[in-house]
Design a protein around this ligand. Structure first.
Ligand SMILES: Nc1ncnc2c1ncn2[C@@H]1O[C@H](COP(=O)(O)OP(=O)(O)OP(=O)(O)O)[C@@H](O)[C@H]1O
Length: 552
């Protein structure tokens, strides 16, 4: 055998081996493909079966408001939301409010209303993208970020065409999906601080800038669009609507300062009833007036009211009736262990040491606060006892909190000093202040009410039962401005007060819109005393300049 024959045999041998290798590879690939196709067909069948099954949507979804006018109550909040989003120059918004009062419903429809304005920059195709901050996962490696987007580096891409070619692929997040429209972040207060900072950067730049160790400007394999994204950023020009049940102080100031802050309030019993009636109409089920009354006493928000109708309707239907009775509704209350939403009212009689203070609970819910004060001759230097609220309070947010002496205590100390200065011997008494009802009190704004209560107790003069008051007291007896004054005035009115005393510095033109209560704006403690005590006890003549009667 000559050398040529040997070479030919070797070539033939290797040819056969390589041929067998590729033939085997192809066979395996085909077998794999068949298995995958069979698996996929099985899964598709399961998916088709699953899609055939569908339970009815919850009633709260079925009666979800379709236009802003369908949102019950919230007139002020809706007006502010409209002003922010429906103008020719829309702004970012944060909506504060308790759960289930229409924040999400309003946010979902406001963009549609904005599109109807010819001056709006939102196009008719503008997207509305929704993200829940409680589930938007934060990934430290930046491999997946549903909010901002991320870069899929070849190492994470597996054997895809781009991955094999070593090309990093930017993946859009919600901020880019919302480009040209609205990004709604529910529970925005729950965003991870790093995500919040990234979001701020996007709001500033109106685009997302990506980085990757795999990106090189010189790499000719990288497609043009990816070069563009890495070099110029991915557009993310949208308006943000954040909703939260948290207090404004708990939201980072940097995001607050970029947003118009809108407040949604707790729904009134009549409004709860309206939402419930709409729900019962939808399912064609009548509701006895007494059943509605029970519902309005127990449901705390729109969602709860709809849910109560749904359960009560299913009870009555199972018993072959088309009407929800009072007993059905009471059963719902009992089985849900619901407690009534007590709306404190003003007391029926004027009493010594009993004052109607005002407090704001949560971001926008006002309450009347029946403050009780008792003074007893002191054996020492005058002791101060406070009950019903914390002696020490924590302030701050998730990232930073500090404890401080209760501001209510500090406020009482100021008041006793002031009273001594005015010739009232407060130091000769032990003072006990009680805040019943478990409503959190921010000390300074109850200063005026506490000063009046202590004065009333020492001088044995009753405080008028039909007047409520709010204001901080300075050591020199000035009544200083406080927060949430409109909410407090409305709370006083709802509790049945005829008049409300507020700091003069808080009086705004908008107060004139509130009817059915007389607003008395005062500058000093002495001036306030002339209005709040029974009879004519104070010699100082106040200026009536800021007394505004709106009870017509
Ligand atoms: N003011 C309202 N007017 C009409 N329907 C309401 C109102 N508030 C709540 N509802 C009903 O309750 C459902 C839930 O409301 P929505 O999701 O808007 O509340 P939310 O304030 O966003 O609450 P959460 O903070 O829990 O998300 C709505 O689908 C609607 O059926």
């Amino acid at each position: 055998m000559n050398l040529v024959s040997i070479v030919v045999i070797i070539q033939l041998f290797f040819g056969i081996v390589i041929g067998l290798y590729f033939w085997n590879l192809l066979k395996n690939q085909r077998a794999n493909k068949n298995t995958i196709e069979k698996e996929s067909e099985k899964e598709m069948e399961k998916l088709r079966e699953m899609k055939k099954i569908g339970l009815t949507a919850p009633l709260s979804e079925r009666i979800r408001p379709k236009s802003l006018s369908d949102v019950v109550g919230q007139e002020d909040g809706i007006e502010a939301l409209r002003a922010a989003i429906c103008s020719g120059n829309p702004q970012h918004v944060i909506i504060y409010g308790p759960p289930g009062v229409g924040k999400t419903a309003a946010a979902r429809i406001v963009l549609e209303e904005a599109k109807r304005n010819a001056n709006s920059p939102f196009r008719t195709t503008a997207p509305f993208i929704e993200l829940d901050a409680t589930t938007a996962r934060f990934d430290e490696r930046g491999v997946a970020d549903p909010l901002i987007g991320s870069v899929h580096d070849p190492i994470y891409q597996g054997a895809g065409a781009m991955g094999q070619a070593g090309i990093p692929q930017p993946k859009r997040g919600a901020v880019s999906n919302a480009h040209g429209g609205v990004l709604f972040i529910d529970e925005i207060g729950e965003l991870h601080p790093i995500q919040m900072n990234k979001l701020l950067k996007v709001l500033e730049d109106r685009k997302v800038l990506y980085e990757s160790a795999y990106y090189s400007e010189e790499n000719k394999n990288i497609p043009t669009h990816i070069h563009q994204i890495f070099q110029d950023g991915l557009p993310a020009d949208f308006r943000l609507i954040g909703a939260t049940t948290r207090m404004p102080e708990e939201i980072p100031p940097a995001i607050r300062s970029r947003c118009l802050e809108v407040y949604f309030r707790e729904l009134e019993p009549e409004e709860i009833t309206t939402v419930a009636t709409k729900a019962s109409d939808k399912i064609k089920c009548e509701v006895e007036p007494n059943a509605l009354k029970v519902l309005s006493e127990y449901a705390r928000n729109g969602r709860e009211s709809v849910n109560m109708i749904q359960i009560a309707a299913s009870i009555s239907k199972r018993q072959g009736r088309d009407q929800i009775s009072q007993a059905d509704m009471e059963w719902v209350v009992e089985s849900g262990r619901m407690s009534p939403r007590l709306k404190p009212m003003i007391p029926l009689k004027s009493r010594i040491g009993k004052v109607n203070g005002l407090a704001v609970q949560g971001p926008s819910t006002g309450h009347i606060l029946a403050i009780e004060i008792m003074v007893l001759p002191s054996l020492g230097d005058g002791k101060i006892t406070i009950t019903g609220i914390a002696e020490e309070e924590t302030i701050g947010n998730q990232s930073k909190s500090i404890k401080r002496k209760s501001m209510a205590r500090g406020s009482i100390e100021n008041v006793t000093t002031l009273l001594r200065y005015l010739g009232v011997p407060a130091h000769e008494y032990d003072v006990h202040v009680n805040f019943p009802g478990g409503i959190p009190v921010d000390g300074p704004s109850a200063g005026l009410a506490m000063a009046v209560g202590i004065y009333s107790s020492i001088q044995k003069v009753p405080v008028r039962h039909d007047i409520a008051m709010t204001g901080e007291i300075s050591l020199h007896g000035e009544v200083m401005p406080i927060g949430g004054v409109l909410t407090k005035i409305k709370a006083a009115k709802q509790a049945g007060a005829k008049q409300v005393v507020i700091p003069k510095a808080n009086y705004q033109a908008i107060c004139a819109k509130i009817t059915g209560i007389e607003i008395i704006a005062v500058e000093t403690f002495k001036e306030a005393l002339t209005y709040v005590l029974e009879g004519d006890h104070v010699k100082v003549k106040p200026s009536n300049q800021y007394r505004i009667d709106q009870s017509s």
